[in-house]
Design a protein around this ligand. Structure first.
Ligand code: UTP
Length: 288
């Protein structure tokens, strides 16, 4: 079984739900306290043993490339002033560890992944949607890689949501369940509540076999007139093993404003350097 060495980060979406904040700044650069969302996703990939990060970017996303580059003037000035550069350590992705490819038109998540086909090549790979913020130890992808080492094939992370909310997500049809692993017998993107096969939604992390690129090649447009990754994965069920992993941690949908504020609050409360102050402030705010 080939190991998971590469991760694709589709970051070419328009981020319309966060306008005007995302007019000139990529959604993935919005911070949770003091770290951009994309940094958390890259850290999660590294924790899972992934070496090469492939970003599918678009116009207006150059801040992401700058973030993972060396900031020469900044670092030189900080060093001269005797300031520690440790805080910048996780932002360094050397040339051998990252690649950028452009999605010229935002035709959908499936199309964004397909844009990375030449760099992914003929090996299984991970996908991270950075606006799905996963918090846990071990991280979501590490948990998935461990499952992959036992099961092989394709894996997606899932979580249970209230049934009335499923229409915003990709939903699985579940088969046999064994602990945190559920067999996937079907997949549907943004179903009507009454048609949804379950309340288990796909939550932004995938491990897929390279054959998905050939499936995406001739994938028709689906929900929202976009080329959907879920539809391409659905066509692979039956030809390859397909399992869902229920993540043993917390997930915040930072593509939505409510989820983003919740994530900031949760992380701030959990931090040693500010948790107490934020807790006192929040209690005071709620009491008045
Ligand atoms: P979203 O559905 O969250 O879309 O995409 P979006 O454009 O980022 O945000 P809104 O809905 O307009 O506010 C899910 C993921 O797929 C990527 C996005 O960058 C995000 O990580 N994506 C989506 C692409 O890379 N290209 C696309 O054409 C569409």
């Amino acid at each position: 079984m080939k190991p998971i060495r590469k991760a694709v980060f589709p970051v070419a979406g328009l981020g319309t739900r966060f306008l005007p904040a995302t007019k000139a700044i990529p959604k993935e650069m919005l911070p949770i306290v003091d770290r951009p969302l994309i940094q958390y996703a890259v850290d999660e990939a590294r924790e899972a043993g992934i070496e090469q990060m492939i970003f599918v970017t678009g116009r207006g996303k150059s801040a992401i490339e700058d973030h993972f580059d060396i900031a020469f003037e900044l670092e030189k000035t900080m060093a001269e002033r005797g300031k520690s550069l440790e805080v910048l350590e996780p932002t360094r992705l050397g040339p051998g560890n990252c690649a950028y490819v452009r999605q010229q038109e935002p035709l959908g998540l499936g199309h964004a992944i397909w844009c990375a086909r030449a760099i992914v090549g003929d090996e299984p790979f991970a996908i991270f949607l950075p606006d799905e913020f996963m918090v846990g130890s071990p991280g979501c992808m590490k948990q998935m890689v461990e499952a992959y080492n036992r099961l092989g094939g394709n894996l997606i992370s899932v979580l249970e949501v209230p049934r009335e909310t499923v229409s915003s997500y990709g939903v699985i049809a579940p088969g046999a369940r064994d602990g945190d692993i559920t067999e996937v017998t079907g997949l549907v993107e943004k179903p009507k509540v009454e048609d949804a096969p379950s309340n288990l939604i796909i939550s932004g992390r995938y491990i897929l076999q390279p054959e998905v690129m050939r499936t995406l090649e001739n994938q028709e447009k689906g929900a929202g007139e976009e080329i959907q990754l879920t539809d391409a994965m659905a066509r692979m069920i039956g030809t390859q093993p397909f399992h869902a992993v229920t993540f043993a941690g917390k997930r915040y949908d930072c593509g939505s404003k409510v989820g983003y504020v919740q994530a900031n609050l949760a992380i701030a409360l959990a931090r040693d350097d500010m948790g107490e102050e934020i807790r006192a402030f929040a209690l005071d705010l709620l009491a008045n």
